[in-house]
Design a binder for this molecule. Structure first.
Ligand SMILES: Cc1cc2nc3c(=O)[nH]c(=O)nc-3n(C[C@H](O)[C@H](O)[C@H](O)COP(=O)(O)OP(=O)(O)OC[C@H]3O[C@@H](n4cnc5c(N)ncnc54)[C@H](O)[C@@H]3O)c2cc1C
Length: 651
């Protein structure tokens, strides 16, 4: 029996939420442990990490993924829903789209909680502090940062690259915006500018890249981890432990004081498959613990954060207050080896944990154009044994202009528009986004990343940025197997719930989006559709019933949120308050993409980074307050809260 290692803060998960929080706390001088279930794939010679256009292949790389199956309708959970397990979390393989959220997204949280830290002005100021906006086209950079840790750049583009490109974009401008294509405003416009919230328009899409290579919370963490003082010592007290799956939050009375974790490479990815072999890693790989004198911060993502809270006994009484299968452990968290027992695991009734699983709807129209894209015609992605000249070009050059076509992640243009189904009371402005690129993309499904060698596809995807309030989905303990950290949770969205009037309006907006995508193709000047074709949904999907059916059953997500939602402390379904503190408990916060109470207008990456920046400020303010009220100096705060053994322990 040894004394567990003790830190001021323990952060679980290194994604957009946890990566930023851990880095900020360590930079402020606090001894911080970051535990991440995955490995550092960026460290390996891994083009799927670095190269933006390989993001679909990264999504399907088994060793990086959580292998979630998520149903989009209740009781069906067969759909592939990618989430990454790596240093950097989902930022290690996501689509890199770096779009600033809408003011309304932040104003909503400010209004329901009364916390002005969420005001659009404060969030914009955080954005300006966090990013370094590198606009390769000479664009408007008002409201952007120039010196932050996250580089954002617009991949270089020339409309002369391919005769079909200008035509496709002109078709979209005509169909969606009723305008002729203004190439100069498209090339210099600013999708992250402060004015775009209220104005329909067509923009290039900024990416979180540095000179055409992926950047994210991994790079921030590594720069903090490796920083040295003038005398060559470690500058910031950050410890990062990879391949460590946190299995439980340790709690006593009403506060968290540490975590239990298991170290094993690929533990969760190889074994989260419902098979009978699920128990061996727990038996044969040691569990360990760490204690936190100040706080435990849960940043395990939209599915794993509520799952881990539930595994630790925090969640709905109806689910945790009845006997479920649990692994039996001794008082140090070590598995006793006597298998599983049925046990009630309720520690704190928090009915909102795992509820309110929401997402933004996407639906795509894919067309095969008459000719292959000239910019990528010589590329040979995904052909084993053959050197890919485009990859060689990307890897040998370090200026985005010289790196070639792989600096793009599959999205070339985004059109913001207001649908005829928009909520009249939503304050106006665009409620839909139509984005497109030279890819065959109709959502995540096994095998989707296998690209044809010479492709001639373009996909327009309609994204509903502001779905209405409808009955939401859930993340629950595995109904069949119970509460074991290696058993994946049941994840059920609730897309277009039947008989719900708001869902019908959402579907109508998506049907309109699909029609506009088709019109965009049809309006593309000079494209001979005798030589090309719509491949998805295909011409046979033409009648009202067929289109409705296609939208209902083929719409996909990717922006899941809400399972640990922020709310007023009096809202019994809220999980955390505006400062990310789990309501009803002390010393425990959730800081990740699960906290947003409803889907964000923009893709969630930047919003999650900014939420984490706010959380770090909130945590540091609290630490400072404690330091003052206790009248202690910083070095003397260690024993402030953690007094294990004094209180009543859970389990
Ligand atoms: C394929 C894909 C494409 C995307 N494209 C875009 C895009 O283009 N633009 C955009 O804005 N957003 C995009 N996103 C979404 C964006 O990446 C996420 O919203 C964001 O990363 C969420 O951050 P997070 O901190 O909530 O979770 P994550 O970034 O998922 O991080 C959670 C981390 O916690 C770790 N973890 C989980 N459980 C445990 C445990 N028990 N113990 C230890 N560690 C644990 C995980 O391994 C993971 O590293 C995409 C996501 C995916 C998966």
């Amino acid at each position: 029996e040894t004394t567990p290692a003790t830190y001021e803060y323990i952060v679980v998960g290194s994604g957009a939420g946890g990566g930023v929080v851990a880095a900020r706390l360590a930079m402020a001088g606090h001894k911080t442990l970051l535990l991440e279930a995955g490995r550092d794939f960026g460290l390996e010679d891994e083009p799927r990490y670095r190269v933006p256009s390989f993001h679909p292949q990264a999504t399907e790389a088994g060793r990086w993924a959580w292998h979630f199956r998520a149903g989009h309708r209740p009781n069906i959970n067969t759909d592939f829903y990618p989430r990454f397990s790596a240093l950097g979390g989902s930022t290690a393989g996501n689509g890199l789209v770096a779009m600033y959220p809408f003011d309304a997204d932040f104003a909503y949280i400010q209004n329901i909680t009364g916390d002005d830290g969420w005001s659009p002005d404060n969030m914009r100021a955080r954005f300006a502090r966090s990013v370094e906006h590198k606009q390769h086209a000479p664009g408007n950079i008002t409201g952007h940062g120039t010196n932050g840790w996250l580089p954002i750049e617009v991949p270089p583009l020339s409309l002369d690259d391919d005769p079909q490109l200008a035509s496709i974009l002109a078709g979209a401008a005509a169909a969606v915006l009723n305008q002729t294509l203004d190439a100069s405003s498209f090339l210099t416009g600013d999708l992250n500018g402060p004015l775009r919230d209220k104005h329909p328009g067509m923009y290039q899409v900024p990416l979180a890249t540095q000179a055409g290579a992926r950047m994210g919370s991994r790079e921030l963490l590594l720069s903090v981890y490796h920083a040295k003082t003038m005398t060559g010592e470690k500058r910031f007290p950050l410890e990062i432990r990879l391949s460590c799956l946190v299995t439980k939050i340790l709690m006593e009375d009403d506060y968290a004081y540490g975590v239990v974790f298991t170290s094993h490479d690929r533990l969760h990815t190889t074994l989260r498959d419902d098979s009978e072999s699920f128990l061996w890693p727990i038996y044969y790989h040691p569990t360990d613990m760490a204690h936190a004198t100040r706080e435990v911060i849960l940043s395990a993502g939209v599915f794993n954060s509520p799952h881990l809270l539930k595994l630790s006994g925090v969640g709905p009484k109806a689910e945790l207050g009845i006997p479920v299968y649990v692994t039996t452990t001794d008082k140090y968290g070590h598995v006793t080896g006597r298998g599983v027992r049925r046990r009630k695991i309720l520690f704190q009734d928090r009915p909102g944990v795992g509820e309110n699983l929401r997402d933004a709807y996407h639906t795509s129209v894919v067309a095969r154009l008459p000719a292959n894209w000239t910019a990528t015609a010589h590329c040979l992605p995904n052909i084993t044994g053959v050197e890919d000249p485009c990859l060689v070009q990307h890897e040998r050059n370090f200026h985005p202009l010289a790196r070639g076509p792989y600096v793009r992640a599959g999205v070339t243009a985004a059109l913001l528009y207001r649908s005829s189904n928009a909520d009249p009371d939503d304050g106006g402005g665009p409620d839909m986004l139509l984005y497109g690129g030279p890819v065959k993309d109709h959502g995540y499904a096994p095998g989707f990343s296998a690209l044809p060698a010479n492709d001639s596809y373009w996909t327009w995807t309609a994204l509903q940025m502001r779905p209405r309030d409808t009955p939401a989905g859930k993340v629950k303990l595995n109904a069949r197997l119970g509460a074991h950290p290696l058993w994946p949770p049941d994840v059920h969205f609730n897309f277009f719930p039947l008989g719900d009037a708001n869902a019908d309006k959402d579907r109508a907006a998506m049907v309109e989006g699909l029609a506009l995508a088709r019109k965009a193709f049809a309006s593309a000047p000079g494209i001979d559709w005798e030589l090309g074709e719509e491949v998805k949904p295909g011409r046979e999907t033409a009648g009202e019933w067929e289109v409705n059916n296609y939208v209902t059953h083929s719409s996909f997500g990717g922006h899941a949120t809400g399972t640990c939602k922020i709310g007023d402390v009096k809202d019994e379904m809220a999980v955390v308050d505006s400062k990310f503190r789990v309501i009803g408990l002390k010393r425990l916060r959730v800081v990740d993409g699960s906290v947003f109470p409803r889907p964000l207008g923009a893709p969630p990456l930047i919003a999650t980074y900014l939420a984490a920046e706010k959380a770090a400020e909130d945590i540091l303010k609290q630490a400072e307050k404690e330091r003052r009220t206790e009248g202690r100096t910083e070095g003397q705060t260690k024993k402030l809260w953690y007094r294990p053994g004094e209180g009543k322990k859970h389990n």
